[in-house]
Design a protein around this ligand. Structure first.
Ligand code: TEU
Ligand code: CA
Length: 577
């Protein structure tokens, strides 16, 4: 078994956490590899693919939830934090996976979903059993709004709308009280104000740490502290719900809770674990606090600004075109904002986002060029890059044409609301789902061109993308000029070149509408990153001193001075000697 140092020496003096030079790979287990033909990916399937991940060169696997769950939200609704769902395997399988990853020098980061549990968790069952239950206060129970009878429209304790459509409140007929659920009604929110709740969560985290896991990706962790007064949200035009976000996001005790968690779970072992907080709606100012090492809260956060730029006034189901200039301005703002004090996580994709090559790139004519251009734009930035399964082979949106093909609760709830209350035509809604549904990210991993794509010998739980015949691992692994080999080179570059890890970021040509250009600079060397985020050829003037510089990586086989072709990406290096 390879030993892995928690920290390594940088330069002469400073100790630095290992994850700063690491690349993370996210596995959505249900869609990764199915070993037993039931159509659902599992731990054994993942164990069989450890060598694949090792070959790609990633350092960390972030595993989406594998805990016991009724799967209302594909495992983000957990009914037992200390059990593996039988769909995915057993604790023995889990231990084997961990061992195999560690033996290859890789680490494992678990998904931690503790803003809410499943309504089938023992804690919630007990909480629901009686208003006098000692665990009643573990969740957010409230009586109907004064002046209203339970169940009556308007009786909900606040006017907040759920992320998954409808109200955030569900009536419990037995007690006549409502419980809060920011997501589905099968995902009741835990009451973090309660000391016992927090102690139980930390205890569970220590249990996984003792088992050997290397960190946690924390689901919607900015939502755990709410304003206990639970005020109504502001009503916006055209919506029947108020905006509760300011009242349930980054609440008054958020920093206290995260510092407490850090102390209680990781105390005495700084730099050993990776913590990344998923934080929809987080601002740069907040992120600077969350990721400032001195505050001992989190190592990094997932921010959502760049994946919200194509949302219209009515949110994600109201997509609008995105000018590349807006994208590059946002990315540069975060580079600058967290450059000195905090640390960025870098991502285009995850299991909640449509596929980047379809969304920000061109999955038709310039599929290869745009997949690799986007990869270059992201991986050369300062921060820790995250690759979502299939991104490394340029997987695209699936664009199902029937609502029956969709599986995602958010998508299905929205569809029902859209053709119901909102009175929209199914024909107008389907193209919106095709471009924005989370299921675009959840179609099975394309390993081969076969009918089951090498994912499963059975019927997959969600339809395969028919382009598996063209886009698959077998067609790319070890094949020069493939998206896979390009990702491999980018990952290797981060490991080999300290400038990629440490260099200061500076945006060039902020006014240019499509060329995303920046430098990364250390005392020893400098990188120039040039990416054309558009489908037309663009002329540019080589910045002074860069003519004839060493070419590090490029997605076209030849380079023309002063010109970038559609989605062309080029990285140059010079040393200060
Ligand atoms: O997502 C939280 C989140 O805010 C969104 O990305 C959400 O999925 C939705 O798309 C908003 O429109 C996390 C998980 O990543 C997601 O899969 C879960 O459904 C959600 O929390 C609840 O646990
Ligand atoms: Ca299976």
């Amino acid at each position: 078994m390879t030993t892995i140092d928690p920290v390594h020496l940088v330069g002469e003096t400073a100790l630095e956490p290992w994850w700063r030079s690491a690349v993370v790979y996210q596995v959505y287990p249900r869609s990764f590899a199915d070993s037993n033909g039931d159509g659902i990916g599992d731990l054994r399937g993942l164990i069989d693919r450890v060598d694949y991940l090792h070959e790609l060169g990633v350092d960390i696997v972030w595993l989406s939830p594998i805990y016991a769950s009724p799967h209302d939200d594909n495992g983000y609704d957990i009914s037992d934090y200390r059990a593996i769902d039988p769909t995915f395997g057993t604790l023995e399988d889990f231990d084997e996976l961990l061992h195999r990853l560690h033996a290859r020098g890789m680490r494992l980061v678990m998904d931690l979903v503790v803003n809410h549990t499943s309504d089938e968790h023992a804690w919630f069952r007990e909480s629901t059993s009686s208003v006098d239950s000692p665990q009643r206060d573990w969740y957010w129970w409230r009586p109907p709004r004064p002046g209203f009878r339970a169940g009556e429209l308007g009786a909900e304790p606040t006017n907040w709308g759920s992320f998954f459509s409808g109200s955030t409140w569900q009536l419990d007929e037995k007690s006549g009280e409502y419980y809060l659920h920011l997501f589905s009604k099968k995902q009741p929110d835990l009451n973090w104000e309660n000391t016992d709740v927090r102690a139980a969560v930390y205890d569970m985290m220590r249990w996984w740490v003792d088992r050997g896991v290397d960190g946690f990706r924390m689901d919607v962790i900015n939502l755990i502290s709410k304003d206990p007064a639970l005020p109504d949200g502001e009503l916006s035009a055209g919506s029947s719900y108020g905006d509760g976000f300011p009242h349930y996001s980054a609440g008054p005790r958020i920093h206290e809770f995260l510092q407490e968690m850090n102390r209680e779970v990781f105390a005495g072992r700084p730099g050993v674990y990776l913590t990344v907080g998923e934080m929809p709606g987080v601002t740069i100012e907040q992120a600077r606090l969350f990721t400032n090492p001195e505050r001992k809260e989190l190592d990094m956060v997932f921010q959502f600004e760049h994946v919200g730029l194509d949302h219209g006034p009515r949110g994600k189901w109201d997509p609008r075109p995105l000018p590349p200039s807006a994208l590059k301005a946002s990315l540069a703002r975060w580079q600058d904002g967290l450059g000195e004090v905090g640390w960025n996580s870098l991502y285009w994709n995850n299991h909640d986002q449509p596929r980047a090559v379809s969304r920000f790139g061109d999955d038709g004519e310039h599929w290869f060029e745009s997949a690799t251009a986007l990869a270059t734009a992201l991986h050369l930035q300062k921060g820790t890059p995250y690759i979502y399964q299939g991104e490394e082979i340029g997987m695209t949106n699936v664009a199902f044409d029937s609502i029956d093909d969709y599986r995602d609760i958010e998508t299905l709830n929205y569809f029902t609301e859209a053709v119901g209350e909102l009175g929209l035509d199914a024909d107008e809604v389907m193209p919106v789902l095709a471009s924005t549904s989370r299921d675009n990210a959840r179609t099975p991993m394309q390993w081969t061109a076969e009918p089951g794509a090498g994912f499963s010998t059975g019927t997959p739980w969600i339809g395969l993308n028919p382009n598996r015949e063209r886009i698959n691992v077998l067609a790319q692994r070890g094949v020069p000029g493939s998206v896979f080999e390009y990702y491999k080179s980018l990952i290797a570059l981060r490991h080999e070149d300290a400038t990629v890890v440490h260099g200061e970021f500076e945006l060039l040509w902020p006014e240019h509408p499509t060329l995303f250009a920046y430098t990364r600079t250390t005392a020893a060397a400098e990188l120039l990153v040039l990416v054309n985020l558009g489908g037309a050829t663009e002329a540019f003037e080589t910045p002074p001193g860069w003519n004839g510089a060493e070419l590090v990586i490029a997605n076209y086989s030849d380079a023309k001075e002063g010109e970038l072709r559609p989605w062309e990406a080029r990285v140059l290096r010079r040393t200060s000697a």
